[in-house]
Write a protein that binds this ligand. Sequence first.
Ligand SMILES: [Zn+2]
Length: 333
Amino acid sequence: MSDLPSPGTPPGAPPSRLARRLLLVHAHPDDESINNGATMARYAAEGAHVTLVTCTLGEEGEVIPPGLAHLAPDRDGTLGPYRAGELTGAMKELGVTDHRFLGGQGRYRDSGMMGTEQNARPGAFWAADVDEAASHLVAVIREVRPQVLVTYDPDGGYGHPDHIQAHRVAMRAVDLAADPGFAAETGAPWRIAKVYWNRVPRSVAVAGFARLREELAEPGRLPFTRAAAVTDVPGVVDDEVVTTAIDGTAHAAAKAAAMRAHATQIAVAEPYFALSNDLAQPLFTTEYYELVRGRRPEGGRETDLFEGVDAAQDEGGGAPGKMADEARNGAAL
Ligand SMILES: [Zn+2]
C-alpha cells in the first residue's frame, strides 16, 4: 500500500502566499480555546491559514473529572499526552488543521504555578533559554509566514510562568525571524506585520460577572455555585487599552465545543465555564486584543486582525522582485 500516491498538498508544503495567515502562541493545551477559540474558528471558516503553536503539554494541570484523576502528575503522570489528545479534539471543533508543539511534542514541560519546585525541573519551559526556545518558533514563522501573531502580554495574562515565557519566546521570535543574520538554515527572513496580546476590556468583564452573579442567585440554574472575580480573568485592562474586537458570535458553539474537548481542565455551561477551582466565569465569544506591533487603528477599534494587511505588504517578507522592494520601502508597519 506504500506506493499509493498521497492526496492533496504534501505535509509541510508552505501555504499560499497571498492567503491570510494567523499564528497563535500559547502555553498549554486549552489556553487557545479559552482565549481565542472564536477568533480561530472564525478565521479558519473564512479560509485563513490558522497555525497554533503550544509550548508545553500542560502536564501539571489539575484534573477535573474524578474518573480521570489517575492521569495526574503525582499518579500515572500521563496527563501530558492525554491533553495532547484533547487539543486534537479541540482543533477539530475549531476547524484548525495546523497545530504544532514548540520544538516537537514533549520538548518543553509545564512549569507548574509560580514558586513551585516544578519551575526549575529539567525540561521545564520556565527554565528554558529564551533564544533557544525562540529558534524553534522562528522556523515555524519562516515556514508559515504569518502576517499576524497573537500571544500574551508580558505578565502572561495572569503571572503563570509558562504564559510569561510564551510571551518572551514569541516576542523574541518575532524579532529573530525578521533578522537576516539569524539561523539562515531555517529559511528566508520574515517580518510579521501585526502582533497582538490577548486582552479583556474591564467593562466587559465586569458586566459578564454581574450577569453571572444574577444567574447564580437562581437556585439550580447553573451547574456552578460560586463565581470567580474579575481579577481572576487573564489580560483584563482598562477599555481604552483594547485596540481590537473580534466578533465570534457566529462561532460561539465551536468555541464552547473546543473548550469542552479539554474536559480534564474545563467545565462548560454556556455562556459560562469553570476551571479546576470550580469558580464560574463568563465565556466570551467576542474576543479582544491589544495591537502592540503594526499600524494602530485610526478612530475606534479594529474588527479584523488583518486590517491594513494587504497583498503588497504580504510580499514584504523577503520575496525577490520589484513588488517586494516596493512593499519593503513603503511598509509603515
Ligand atoms: Zn495555560
